[in-house]
Design a binder for this molecule. Sequence first.
Ligand code: PMP
Length: 443
Amino acid sequence: MSEYKMGKSAEMFERAKRSLPGGMDSVARVPPPNVLPHPPYFERGKGCRIWDVDGNEYVDYALGFGPLILGHCPPDLIAAVEDVIENRGTTFGICHNLEFEAAEKVVKHLPAVDLVRFGNSGTESVMIALRLARGFTGKEKIVRFEGAYHGWSDVIHWNTRSPLGAIGLKHAPRLVPGTAGIAEPYGQCLIIQPWNDPDVLRKTIKRRAHEIAAIITEPIMCNLGATMPKPGYLQFLRDICTENDILLIFDEVITAFRLGLSGAQGYFGVQPDITTIAKALGGGYPVSAVGGRREIMDLMGQHLITSAGTYNGNLLCLAAVKATLEALEQPGVYEKLHALGDRLRKGLEDVIHQAGLPVVAQGVGPVLQVWFQDTPIANYREAAGSKSQAIHPLFVRALYKRGIMLNPGQFGVWYISTAHTEQDIDFTIEAARGAIQEVKAQL
Ligand code: PMP
């Protein structure tokens, strides 16, 4: 193991703090203090590797928090984007062919998407999804689950990482805003529920179906450390929505075009009414989409529901969508991503077990997270109370030192790109073998 240097990153962080609040542009850049005292600063990426300004080289499983499904600097994607910038421009603010060419691909692959509208972030696509649901049903309340993350907007950023002591009992969770600065009435439009718990939800729906426009969920709780739905749970959500004139929204910002071309809806065989899509869609360019059933999406087509945006459907991003989806359409891509994910999960579980610690590496294919406990996580209350949280930061730090980059948060996920190879996975498992010994010595 070469020496882990952080001096230049530390200097850059000091400089950044003089012109940026907290020295950064997003709260998601803050590493837990027991992982690193400041964020690492990165110089460049290529394939599945990334280099920081101190010369440390890593195999990257953070992948820009998920968009880089083709890895860093994928040549065909760069060529497509360069071509459009050089020959056509970046944005017209008016119509062009790449809009429908990219849309046709999304509509073709996602079974629950008849029409699609592009935007530039997952947050805004979730906001539009909620507006569509309210407009279509004429009802106002949205059911969202404890511990879920659906972006940072006032209308949904509630009960994401709330302290256990603040959220009340599981059958009647208390509303807790995700940040200071959100007006209380936004929360009144939400009903908070525990995930993976049909009994509590059934009772809530029985009493309040007449007020509820939609239930929004990630099909896999990627933002809860890759927590899986219990068998039948997504179908239960589908059925209870259909029976009660409630729309089901799958937030597939992470899972769309990652679990497969047909997303989590194809993987689990459960179709939502509305789907939000981002991250893998653009291979690293800032693009998102909301899609769904024709009669719902048509409310925008008829201009009854507004969604707008200067940069919506810009040339640059849609050239990226088209090129990314073309790359993902190649035979064998998802078989490879799933095989690498299975290899990594098993390898991590093996080395951690061999070290005598409890472990579950949960998730599917190229989305996973390691929890230092014997059983998989089922919901937020379990996750927030898990002893794993004390060990995880030590593991992340020990991995950084050994050339493995990943989202430092226990509630985040490891991502795998098409640029990773079996050798990279095996290198990672060996790094984890050393890392876990270092962790054990600290416990
Ligand atoms: N929904 C989910 C499920 C997400 O994971 C995220 C981002 N991590 C968002 C919405 C918000 O997306 P963005 O950061 O692009 O605004």
